[in-house]
Write a protein that binds this ligand. Structure first.
Ligand code: TXA
Ligand code: MG
Length: 311
């Protein structure tokens, strides 16, 4: 795969690959995405093939602005309020798909809704502007594995199966976007880079969440995901013999998400630490407890899936 520089030539080359129906990984503020032209069935089919992703798991459409998003989906008052408050940023909205949107049915896995977001990363925004259309992009990792927060992670996971990666260094947020459905009453489908508390403060009421069978679900929320090679044990005060401790806060650990106990820093380090544990050949990993508020909620969600029994 080509490793493109984070400059005007790199962006032009990436946009040309998208126009030709190819696959380009690019940095966003959350994680690296694997982009393809969202209007092209063959390009989008390429994403599923490269990732080994089940085709029932729909993709997020990335656009340059709220105005651009309105070409593809219907915004009600609540969706508009959230978009104004948090875009560009780590919030994905699930909204009713417009008829004649032009978005490939493979992107939505045949649903009548679509997930959209305006990313807040200068290279992602430059690429969307240069391409001038909607870009479908899941995280740029083989399905079920750890999400990438550097170009090196993308290359390690997808070498030989995608065309290029734009190397923009490390992602600032480090966990994927928060997903909110605004199809009915606003519902939290995935914890992520914008803490639920911030969304609820904006709306002035709690988001629906949980196991209510009436709620829509994000079909990709598989129990086992973000999995390193090693077995993961959560809420560990210390490592047992044979385990490597992934620490949080002032603990004696060779790897620490944030020794000062900063949840934002911990989120930014999470996937890089899991990739590093793989590189070290760790086969048993103990993880310190992480407080379950603010960014800690997304961290704990990813850790629970990393620790879940593998399918
Ligand atoms: O931060 C992010 O969101 C990153 C960057 C690249 O933007 N992308 C990302 O994509 O995390 P992915 O494919 O790894 O996760 C997309 C999630 C999946 O859980 C999928 O099921 C859900 O979005 N999703 C997509 N379309 C949906 C829809 N119409 N209804 C409900 N969930 C949807
Ligand atoms: Mg993913």
């Amino acid at each position: 795969m080509l490793r493109l520089k984070p400059d005007a030539d790199g962006i032009a080359a990436a946009a040309a690959i998208l126009h030709a129906g190819g696959l380009v990984s690019f940095p966003t503020e959350t994680v690296y995405g694997l982009g393809a032209d969202a209007r092209s069935d063959t390009a989008v089919a390429g994403i599923y093939a490269a990732k080994g992703r089940p085709s029932f798991n729909p993709l997020i459409v990335h656009v340059a602005s709220l105005e651009a998003a309105e070409d593809y989906c219907e915004f009600g008052l609540v969706a508009r309020k959230l978009a104004h408050a948090f875009w560009p940023g780590a919030l994905t909205l699930v909204l009713p798909l417009k008829a004649k949107s032009g978005v490939s049915k493979l992107v939505t896995a045949g649903l009548e809704t679509v997930a959209v977001r305006v990313p807040d990363h200068p290279l992602a925004r430059d690429l969307l502007a240069a391409f001038g259309g909607p870009v479908a992009a899941p995280s740029a990792n083989p399905s079920g594995r750890i999400s990438p927060t550097t170009a090196a992670h993308v290359i390690a996971g997808l070498e030989g199966v995608i065309d290029a990666v734009v190397d923009g260094g490390s992602c600032k947020v480090g966990v994927e976007s928060t997903i909110v459905s605004c199809v009915g009453a606003p519902a939290l489908l995935r914890e992520g880079g914008i803490p639920a508390e911030a969304l609820e403060a904006c709306l002035g009421h709690p988001l629906l969440r949980g196991a209510d069978p009436e709620l829509p679900t994000a079909p990709g929320q598989l129990a086992s995901h973000y999995a390193p090679q090693g077995k993961v044990r959560l809420n560990a005060p210390c490592a047992n013999p044979g385990e490597i401790l992934l620490g949080f806060g002032p603990v004696d650990a060779s790897l620490n998400l944030s020794s000062s106990g900063d949840l934002t820093e911990a989120a930014a380090n999470l996937f890089a630490c899991l990739h590093q544990l793989d590189a070290m050949g760790a086969n048993a990993i103990a993880v310190s407890p992480v407080p379950d508020h603010g960014m800690g909620r997304a961290i704990n969600d990813r850790l629970r899936r990393a620790a879940a029994p593998r399918g």
